[in-house]
Design a protein around this ligand. Structure first.
Ligand code: OAD
Length: 247
């Protein structure tokens, strides 16, 4: 793939920006080997139906299937390594006075790359909670029962991720929306921008006249509205952007 040209104007704006928000999606972890959701051949939703696996009803109907699917993905996430795209956002956070990283990803790779403050809109696959009341549980007995149960209440355990039809974690969306409204630059990275409310965050920046940047090898519904489109994989575009902005 030909090298991406990073506009000099964008680098200047980024160098002078006081507040920056980056929203990431599954695409930023693609180069770590984790499947996205909607890419036609490899996307997880090409092989599995969200209704069968990512809803509370799916868990009620077949908790073992759902637990095992997440256990498989948890294993893949644990084996994956952060890539240069994740690392570039650690550097950006060090350079920009106020930087907020907001992710739809549940894989924990931003944190493993070294990002310290990450708003996780869709939860984290490495955390587990009670199905009955959403309380986080860290210890349980592995006695072969799948899913395992909470040792205190006997509730079935489930991953601490947001399923279709569920609310996002309290406060996370509000904090992200305020940051998107106030920021000088909003980066939309590796997301198809079709799942709301996350996909609506960029609208806050657009409404308030902030600069918007899309980093994605493919088109999204926001492509025509953003200030800059950087068409390429995050793992090479982001490091180039950092290098050109802070040489
Ligand atoms: P999608 O699978 O919908 O979109 C992935 C995006 O990443 C696409 O636009 C790709 O073009 C792009 N992409 C692929 N490779 C890339 C690369 N190397 N660098 C940059 N971009 C790349 O994933 P999300 O937008 O994250 O929610 O999906 C949003 C939500 O839908 C997920 O959080 C999940 C899913 O259902 C829940 O499970 C609640």
């Amino acid at each position: 793939m030909a090298a991406i040209t990073i506009p000099t104007e964008l680098c200047e704006k980024l160098r002078n920006a006081k507040k920056v928000v980056a929203l990431t999606g599954a695409g930023i972890s693609a180069e770590s080997g984790l499947a996205t959701f909607r890419d036609a051949q490899t996307g997880l939703w090409a092989k599995y139906s969200p209704e069968e696996l990512a809803t509370p009803q799916a868990f009620i109907d077949n908790p073992e299937l759902v637990w095992n699917w997440y256990a498989w993905r948890r294993q893949l996430a644990a084996e994956a390594m952060p890539n240069p795209g994740h690392q570039a956002l650690v550097t950006m956070a060090e350079k920009v006075p106020e930087f907020l990283l907001v992710t739809q990803n549940i894989d924990g790779l931003h944190q493993r790359a070294g990002s310290t403050h990450v708003i996780e809109l869709h939860g984290n696959i490495h955390r587990t909670k009670r199905f009955d009341d959403n309380q986080i549980v860290t210890d349980w007995e592995e006695n072969g029962e799948i899913p395992p149960r909470c040792p205190t209440t006997n509730s079935l355990l489930r991953p601490d991720v947001v399923w279709f039809g569920e609310n996002l974690p309290a406060g996370a969306l509000a904090q992200a929306a305020i940051a998107a409204e106030e920021c000088d630059i909003f980066f939309s990275i590796g997301t198809s921008s079709v799942v709301f409310p996350a996909a609506g965050l960029i609208g806050e920046t657009l409404r308030h006249g902030g600069l918007t940047v899309e980093i994605n090898p493919g088109e999204t519904p926001h492509s025509s509205a953003v200030s800059f489109v950087l068409r390429g994989p995050a793992g090479s575009v982001l490091p180039e952007l950092i290098q050109k902005t802070w040489p």
